[in-house]
Design a protein around this ligand. Structure first.
Ligand SMILES: [Zn+2]
Length: 476
């Protein structure tokens, strides 16, 4: 390592002058009442890109698969993590070492721990100030984007309150009161009265019509989203969650990049005092619950496209902070040399390699779609036909076939019988293994680039993340 004392005199003079200037700047901040230099760095806009269930193992898979299969760099790791500030967040909730999305997003939105399944409230049920409430009070525009139902735990915890994440109608009603400028995702069911197509509300209200009455433009497919212009926007693209990228029809269902682009158009229209945008891909979590590596790969790539949209926006609007993060790890994903019957395998098949990745790339259906096509009493013929058509080159071992046909879990913590057995089939032939169908306690990465990013450096807790957001929105 180079010793700075050995630098030639002119360089040392420059260093000394620079340090003195920095000290003066610090003193200047102190004299105006601000505690740190961060005040000068408060961003006008904050974009939080959130891949539910993604931890460093998932990011590495996204990066490697993108480079080797998609032939494209991965903006999450190659731009945000590499060129921005990188941190790790511990994720435990108030009552468990392993969090759910509600408790984790509450910590990240409010700066306080709560119990699993609770949204924007203390463990006793008292409401906490959410990031979106603070942002609205600071005069910011608000955008919520997700591939999940829009009332799902993460977007809900960034904005509203509920002692139980399952109170969907109540969460939608709070959105109606909060009036985010952009709401895009799935979940039309809890905006429409029971009895209407897809409707699930018990009070007979049509909340889509009520939003339209407040001046919101309504979009129900990709064409309507792209035509929506810059008016306040409610886009609902499915009755429930929007479904996996690997199964979706882009003409009908917009991608997370499409939704992020549309949200930025509305939020950045003239006269703006800045905005906060939370854009989530929930499919990274859902795919991991189902141990579906191919659907996870497509979800990570789709998420990365949205990160690129945000980074392009930041190029034109450098007063924007872009944050990429997550709430917890899902699935205990482990990419390993270990294949089954190691002693019987020729050496080259033990080692994870390009052919394994290419085999994953040839899969054309999510494991969830296979499960719903097969139903509760799968027939061997239907199973074989789907495997032949959508999983070329994969063979289903007899023990796994039994689990599917008899609908038995692999082990007790694997709750999606068909999906988890097929996930194990893929693992045995590629080395992409899953330890669970649930969440794990692995810390999550946070990458930040732009003004205020420095706050997120290093190993912190997810409540620190929430406190930083509140500090930035108050310009402190
Ligand atoms: Zn989950």
């Amino acid at each position: 390592m180079k010793d700075e004392n050995a630098a030639p005199n002119p360089l040392r003079r420059i260093l000394v002058a620079a340090l003195a200037g920095f000290a003066l700047a610090l003193a200047g901040c102190a004299s105006t009442g601000s505690s740190t230099p961060a005040a000068a760095q408060a961003p006008k806009n904050i974009i939080i890109l959130f891949a539910d269930g993604a931890a460093p193992t998932q990011w590495e898979f996204g990066r490697y698969a993108s480079e080797h299969l998609r032939k494209q760099s991965f903006a999450v790791t190659d731009v945000v993590f590499r060129k921005g500030v990188l941190g790790l967040l511990s994720t435990h909730s108030a009552n468990s070492m392993v969090t759910d999305s509600a408790a984790s997003a509450t910590a990240m939105s409010t700066g306080f721990k709560t119990n699993n399944f609770m949204v924007g409230v203390t463990p006793e049920g008292r409401p906490l100030t959410t990031f979106y409430e603070a942002a609205k009070a600071a005069g910011k525009r608000l955008g919520l984007v997700t591939t999940a139902a829009i009332y799902d735990a993460s977007p809900a915890a960034f904005s509203v309150h509920s002692a139980n994440r399952g109170e969907f109608q109540r969460i939608v009603d709070q959105y109606f009161t909060l009036e985010p400028d952009v709401l895009l995702g799935g979940g039309a069911g809890y905006f429409l009265p029971a009895g209407s197509p897809g409707g699930k509300r018990k009070d007979g209200r049509d909340v889509i019509a009520a939003f339209a009455g407040k001046g919101y433009r309504v979009a129900r497919n990709t064409v309507e989203l792209n035509a929506a212009g810059s008016a306040r926007l409610l886009g609902l693209f499915a009755d429930g969650p929007m479904g996996y990228e690997i199964d979706s029809d882009p003409a009908r269902t917009p991608s997370i990049a499409d939704m992020t682009r549309a949200a930025l158009r509305v939020l950045s229209r003239s006269g703006s005092n800045g905005f906060v945008l939370f854009a989530e891909n929930e499919n990274t979590d859902d795919a991991a619950h189902e141990n579906d590596i191919a659907a996870l790969m497509r979800a990570l790539w789709a998420f990365d496209d949205a990160v690129n949209v945000a980074l392009e926006f930041q190029q034109r609007n450098p007063d924007t902070l872009v944050i990429v993060t997550s709430d917890h790890e899902t699935g205990g994903l482990s990419v390993t040399y270990a294949l089954r019957n190691l002693n019987q395998q020729p050496r080259q098949t033990r080692i994870y390699a390009q052919p394994h990745l290419e085999a994953i790339g040839r899969i054309t259906m999510s494991l969830g779609a296979v499960a719903s096509k097969l139903g509760r009493e799968p027939s061997p013929e239907a199973l074989d036909a789907l495997l032949l058509q959508h999983f070329p080159g994969f063979r289903l071992d007899d023990d796994l076939r039994e689990h599917i046909l008899k609908q038995r879990p692999l082990e007790l913590n694997f709750t999606n019988n068909t999906q988890n057995a097929l996930g194990r089939m893929i693992a045995r032939q590629t080395g992409f293994y899953w330890g669970t169908a649930g969440h794990t306690s692995e810390p999550v990465a946070v990458g930040a680039i732009g003004p205020g990013a420095e706050l997120f450096r290093g190993y912190q807790d997810n409540t620190d993340f929430g406190r930083h957001l509140h500090r930035l929105i108050q310009g402190k």
